[in-house]
Design a protein around this ligand. Structure first.
Ligand SMILES: Cc1cc2nc3c(=O)[nH]c(=O)nc-3n(C[C@H](O)[C@H](O)[C@H](O)COP(=O)(O)OP(=O)(O)OC[C@H]3O[C@@H](n4cnc5c(N)ncnc54)[C@H](O)[C@@H]3O)c2cc1C
Length: 179
């Protein structure tokens, strides 16, 4: 099949991906693979905002505030107020981003009222567990996520019952995230 000049022109996404790869290769060459972190690469690419090594995002889409068409999830994000960095939060942010990207690719607006949640369990003995949980919703006035009043809480006491919940939570999040 003939390749036209138009076919050969890389898309904006391809160019961005290529740029990130080139920055990563330069970093690996300078510092070595083991000493290079994702935040180093993000910082070199100008993805970090606010003078920090975290990436500011639009909470309706998880799109970088520094670069269009790059969506950032999880621990790399500049957290909203009282938002934990957690696996559960990263998982929810991934779903928020995926849903928003589907809407944007279809020429529609993303959900203007996204809600995400967090739960972290900790074994404090070989049988007993405590948890912390919160629900976060988009605040259109401040363009950030805020904790829904009354949803933030911790276990009143360590318990074996919570160990059952913790294992259930773990099985679900592993299956949901890793397939
Ligand atoms: C001790 C501990 C306990 C925790 N307990 C909980 C809990 O109970 N519940 C909960 O929800 N969360 C918990 N967390 C937090 C949770 O693990 C993180 O928030 C979550 O893993 C963040 O996911 P992420 O994908 O953003 O980052 P990560 O999981 O850190 O993934 C980043 C990936 O990028 C890779 N990487 C880094 N640099 C490069 C590079 N240069 N090139 C290529 N790859 C690279 C890393 O190897 C890693 O695989 C805990 C964390 C710790 C440390």
């Amino acid at each position: 099949m003939a390749v036209t000049a138009q076919d050969a022109t890389p898309s904006k996404g391809d160019r961005t991906r290529q740029r990130l790869l080139e920055i990563a290769v330069k970093r690996f060459a300078a510092d070595g693979y083991r000493r290079t972190s994702v935040s180093d690469i993000a910082r070199d690419a100008g993805l970090t905002t606010g003078g920090t090594h975290w990436c500011g995002v639009d909470w309706l889409t998880m799109e970088s505030l520094a670069h269009k068409n790059i969506h950032v999830l999880g621990d790399a994000t500049l957290s909203a107020p009282a938002m934990p960095k957690s696996g559960h939060m990263a998982n929810n942010q991934g779903k928020l981003a995926a849903a928003a990207i589907i809407e944007l690719m279809n020429g529609r607006e993303p959900n203007p009222h996204p809600v995400i949640a967090n739960t972290c369990y900790s074994f404090v003995s070989d049988r007993e567990v405590i948890h912390v949980a919160s629900v976060h919703r988009f605040d259109p006035e401040h363009k950030t996520m805020v904790v829904v009043p009354g949803t933030s809480g911790v276990s009143p006491a360590r318990s074996e019952l919570e160990a059952t919940y913790a294992w259930g939570w773990a099985q679900n999040i592993w299956a949901d995230t890793l397939g």
